[in-house]
Design a protein around this ligand. Structure first.
Ligand SMILES: NC(=O)c1ccc[n+]([C@@H]2O[C@H](COP(=O)([O-])OP(=O)(O)OC[C@H]3O[C@@H](n4cnc5c(N)ncnc54)[C@H](O)[C@@H]3O)[C@@H](O)[C@H]2O)c1
Ligand SMILES: [Zn+2]
Length: 336
């Protein structure tokens, strides 16, 4: 068993202060798009010694930015007692967590995610890292944050499309967990954002429990890749064609393709794909993949060569249950 992951929440950002009591060397790394949130944290937390703003873009999620962060820490006099506090979306928490984990052989870090995707996914589980050339998240480490602080109030400035991207990961997490909470999340999200804080905390705890049982992804943690084999292929295709599809949109389409495949293989309960399509659609997510299955299989096969293994598909059986099957991407084509 791994260690318990620390998830805390508050109605306002100021409520993070007690978690940082006694810390005298806090270095904030924040996304410049949420400088207002950084200012609120600085106002409430006495131990902030310095702050570094970053431009959160996938192109800037590189080793160069990590080096820049490390240099800034060094110049600010950060020593081994330092705590790096990330305020921003997944790009910011990935960059800050990685920089902290290698600076002076590792100082502590904590996350205040400001995107829904960060709150239910990226800021939990300790995976940190950066892109290497065209390869996403190629360099990184798994080091757990001191805590992840969840505050739905930070989402008030998040653009709707980024919000929905996080909804896909939130639904994915509850789909892995159990039928009751999955159903409740769908009903709630199809009506709007009320009750969001509870849903975020619930999903974050589910992810924390899965990761806590398998921090280095030897077994249980692989479940979290539900929909992602298809999603990564969809994202590759979108990039190749110059289309604009967010990660969450690709995950939504990917989960539905996985459900169809699962039904075709006789694993999923009858009608699961149709039900999920209605649920995800009701929550404002795209459900039909615009690309032919053949193109997706090609993209997966290229990925497979890169990894040298069979592709492990996570297939939904019913809410709360998945099966993992190694399959040849070309063989799945007939099922879709
Ligand atoms: N480490 C992990 O386990 C893990 C898991 C999933 C995703 N990720 C990574 O996370 C990244 C995606 O995360 P993301 O979707 O949070 O993206 P992000 O960090 O790019 O944020 C999305 C956009 O929203 C802006 N933003 C953030 N918070 C805001 C707010 N409250 N108000 C207004 N604008 C705001 C950002 O500046 C950015 O333009 C990817 O790089 C992905 O690889 C990591
Ligand atoms: Zn994802």
């Amino acid at each position: 068993m791994g260690k318990e992951l620390t998830i805390r929440s508050g109605k306002t950002l100021a409520e993070v202060a007690p978690l940082l009591e006694g810390e005298e060397e806090i270095f904030l790394v924040y996304d410049e798009n949420v400088s207002w949130a950084a200012a609120e944290v600085i106002g409430a937390v006495p131990g902030v010694r310095g702050s570094i703003a970053i431009d959160a873009s996938e192109q800037g999620k590189t080793m160069d930015t990590v080096l820049l962060l490390c240099r800034s820490l060094l110049e600010a006099g950060a020593d081994r007692k330092a705590l790096v506090l990330a305020v921003g979306g997944g790009i910011t928490t990935d960059l800050a967590g990685f920089a902290a984990s290698i600076y002076k052989r590792g100082v502590r870090y904590a996350n205040i995610p400001t995107t829904l995707l960060g709150q239910v996914d990226a800021a939990i589980g300790g995976k940190t890292g950066v892109n290497l050339d065209a390869y996403k998240n190629m360099l990184g480490v798994i080091v757990q944050p001191q805590f992840t602080f969840l505050c739905a109030d930070t989402l008030k400035t998040l653009p709707e499309r980024d919000f929905r991207s996080g909804v896909a990961e939130l639904l994915k997490t509850f789909l892995l967990s159990d039928a009751v909470r999955y159903g409740r999340a769908v009903r709630s999200l199809s009506r709007g954002r009320r009750g969001l804080q509870g849903l975020i905390l619930g999903a974050a705890r589910v992810k924390a429990r899965i990761v806590g049982a398998d921090p280095y992804e030897h077994g249980e943690r692989r479940k979290l890749n539900l929909g992602h084999t298809f999603a990564h292929a969809i994202e590759h295709e979108a990039q190749r064609r110059g289309d604009d599809i967010t990660h969450g949109e690709a995950v939504s389409m990917g989960i539905l393709l996985a459900a169809r495949l699962s039904e075709a293989l006789g694993l999923a309960e009858n009608g699961l794909a149709e039900r999920l399509k209605a649920d995800f659609g009701a929550c404002g997510l795209p459900v039909d993949c615009p690309y032919p299955a053949g193109d997706l299989a090609e993209a997966m096969a290229r990925d497979k060569k890169a990894e040298g293994d069979a592709v492990a598909f996570v297939l939904p059986v019913r809410p709360g249950t998945v099966a993992i099957r190694p399959l040849d991407p070309h063989e799945i084509l007939e099922s879709l």
